[in-house]
Design a protein around this ligand. Sequence first.
Ligand SMILES: CC(C)(COP(=O)(O)OP(=O)(O)OC[C@H]1O[C@@H](n2cnc3c(N)ncnc32)[C@H](O)[C@@H]1OP(=O)(O)O)[C@@H](O)C(=O)NCCC(=O)NCCS
Length: 149
Amino acid sequence: MFDITKMVIHTMHVSDLDEIRENLTENFDNFWSYEIFKEELVNNNSSYLVARYNDEIVCYGGIKIVLDVADVMNIVTKKDKRNMGFAKFILNELINIAKEERCNSITLEVNENNKPAIHLYEQFDFKQVGLRKNYYDGIDNAILMTLKL
Ligand SMILES: CC(C)(COP(=O)(O)OP(=O)(O)OC[C@H]1O[C@@H](n2cnc3c(N)ncnc32)[C@H](O)[C@@H]1OP(=O)(O)O)[C@@H](O)C(=O)NCCC(=O)NCCS
């Protein structure tokens, strides 16, 4: 766990992305290119948050809302800051945003081999509702999960 007094969560802007741009892949396992991420951040339907610990960006995540459904687009914790509770914090805030926007559910896809992420989502009561075969690079299956709000 972390010292909550040193933690700040705020909307993620392009300037935040620029701050971590250089080491996005090495430090965060980011799966989007900078350009795609930037487009996501400025999309009107998107809400992205960033968590700072001692002013350092340690985690970010976002949802995209279409009608009454929110989709978790990504949630990533800096590699050397994992298993400290940051993703739980961000996900909790993203769920609150979806509730405030009167969404009825939140959906997401996760690689069936991504145990840390599946564990995270199950903690928030996301339920498995489907499977997309060979979704990731034609190899790994994606589990579809939904949280009813
Ligand atoms: C998935 C991910 C976001 C979790 O971030 P995190 O900040 O380490 O997660 P938290 O510390 O908030 O932990 C959340 C829960 O998952 C558990 N967890 C974290 N890492 C774990 C691991 N390697 N194995 C099993 N459980 C794990 C934690 O123990 C915690 O559960 P608990 O309260 O029962 O202890 C992080 O591993 C990550 O960035 N992965 C790469 C990107 C990714 O795959 N994102 C998800 C797909 S969009």
